[in-house]
Design a protein around this ligand. Structure first.
Ligand SMILES: Nc1ncnc2c1ncn2[C@@H]1O[C@H](COP(=O)(O)OP(=O)(O)OP(=O)(O)O)[C@@H](O)[C@H]1O
Ligand SMILES: [Mg+2]
Length: 455
């Protein structure tokens, strides 16, 4: 432009230079930021790789012999072992809670409903019994606390904290309060659960069991009174007083006297001390049967009677169906009928006439005498029984019932969990004659879906 001032051009140049300088500064900052981000990502990746290279479950605390000699000879700088400290801290006092009502006295504790004074939240308090303490603190209580702390799952009872009373031996577990246990609930229900409800309960229970088993935890006391159900149809496994960690192969000489009698697997009754997750799967089968009929399935009066009831329902073990069962300690005192062609499936079908073929198949496999023939929790979750009609009912649609746990102390006629450390009763040492166990069966007429006992 003709009339444009010279100074104006100089000003333009000046501002252009300033802009370029600023741009250079911005780019430099950007580069620096990028470099920092890259360095950070590299550091995080290294840390992750280090974490990944550590074994997840069974952590080795000492180097393997080959590595030990290699690292010793190479004079490599030794690293100190580091243990995770966990979340230990001082426990709160039970005076932070106000007892509302007692729920139940079990083998290992007294359970009450309580309110946390500060928040008004209702919880369940389990006061641990100390009479089973051998070295200051009962091992069952220690296991229950430790295993519950490590079992955070939607269908496992949530342990909120452990609180103390005024005495050192007053220890309480503070848990979420759940309105019902399946045993008390069935006692007040006019009719058994519907097939769609049984499926939902079984799926929830099995998903918790799958979680426990994949984390190497055996529950060892599955029964309807240890399974809680809230008013939103959500089930929770409780009572880890008998639970313990296991391994593959299972540790030798496990306690034989575990699992409440009516839910105890035949291998335990026959005296095995090397058992695995299959004992929980047997209990699951007993619970399945109980949910269908509202009655415990195998109500033995003692160990011999329990075995007799098992054999009547599931058939007699043979060397074919259960190789090696005769070597179990208590099997030597059994006198079993010869040549009895028993088909457990058909007896179960007669007892549960409304159960579909797939349902009968699942129940008989869970109640297989041979522990190796029982399905795993994973197998159960994938079973066709859950795919066929009626479909599992949505938990939100579950009926609600008034909570007995919010009312008076209950009384029960069913057996409690076995006492830890007690001697396993065995079968009395004498010969036990089961040879006539199916004698009256011949007198039964099997109809389609019903059994008619003659005479
Ligand atoms: N979190 C909870 N909410 C509501 N009720 C509970 C809770 N935990 C336990 N209960 C009730 O208390 C009862 C006894 O609890 P638990 O099974 O933990 O004690 P236990 O002494 O080990 O019993 P047992 O020896 O009879 O198996 C349960 O059957 C259930 O009815
Ligand atoms: Mg219990």
């Amino acid at each position: 432009m003709a009339g444009a001032s010279r100074w104006a051009n100089i000003d333009d140049l000046e501002s252009q230079r300033k802009k370029e300088k600023e741009e250079k500064k911005r780019l430099k900052q950007l580069k620096q930021q990028q470099a920092e981000t890259e360095a950070e990502a590299l550091r995080a990746k290294k840390e992750q790789e280090e974490l990944d290279s550590r074994p997840a479950k069974k952590r080795k605390l000492s180097p393997s012999p080959e590595n030990r000699s290699a690292s010793a000879s190479s004079g490599e700088k030794r690293k100190l072992l580091r243990f995770e400290a966990g979340g230990w801290g001082p426990c709160r006092n039970v005076s932070n809670f106000e007892t509302l009502n007692h729920i139940e006295e079990g083998t290992y504790g007294w359970v009450s409903r309580a309110k946390e004074t500060a928040t008004g939240e209702v919880v369940a308090l389990k006061k641990m019994k100390m009479e089973y303490a051998q070295d200051g603190f009962p091992v069952t209580a220690l296991r229950e606390i430790q295993l519950l702390q490590h079992s955070k799952h939607q269908h496992v009872i949530n342990l909120r904290e452990v609180v103390m009373g005024d005495q050192l031996d007053e220890v309480y577990l503070v848990m979420d309060f759940i309105e019902h246990d399946l045993k008390s609930l069935q006692e007040i229900m006019p009719e058994p659960f519907l097939a769609s409800e049984v499926k939902t309960l079984l799926l929830q229970l099995t998903s918790a069991l799958d979680f426990l088993h994949t984390h190497w935890i055996l529950h060892r006391d599955l029964k309807t009174s240890n399974i809680l159900l809230n008013n939103r149809g959500i089930l929770k496994i409780a009572d880890f007083g008998m639970a313990r960690r296991t391994s593959d192969p299972p540790p030798p000489n496990l306690t034989q006297l575990v699992v409440t009698l009516w839910y105890r697997a035949p291998e335990l009754l026959l005296g095995t001390t090397t058992y695995d997750f299959a004992i929980d799967m047997w209990s699951l089968g007993c619970i399945f049967g109980e949910l269908l009929s509202k009655e415990p399935l195998l109500q033995g009066k003692n160990e011999v009677d329990e075995l007799s009831k098992i054999f009547s329902l599931c058939g007699i073990p043979t060397d074919m169906s259960w190789p090696g069962f005769r070597r179990l300690p208590n099997a030597r005192s059994l006198k079993l009928p010869r040549d009895v062609e028993q088909n457990a499936g058909s007896i179960i079908r007669t007892k549960f006439p409304f159960l579909t073929t797939a349902g009968c198949g699942l129940l008989s496999s869970l109640l297989a005498l041979n522990p190796e023939s029982r399905p795993t929790a994973q197998d159960v979750l994938a079973h066709p029984y859950f795919k066929e009609a009626p479909k599992p009912k949505s938990a939100a649609l579950f009926p609600t019932f008034p909570s007995k746990a919010g009312g008076e102390k209950r009384r029960r006629a069913s057996p409690h969990a076995p006492v830890r450390g007690g001697a396993a009763p065995g079968l009395g040492g004498k010969e036990i004659d089961f040879s006539g166990i199916f004698a009256r069966r011949d007198e039964e007429q099997h109809g389609a879906g019903f059994t008619l006992r003659m005479g």
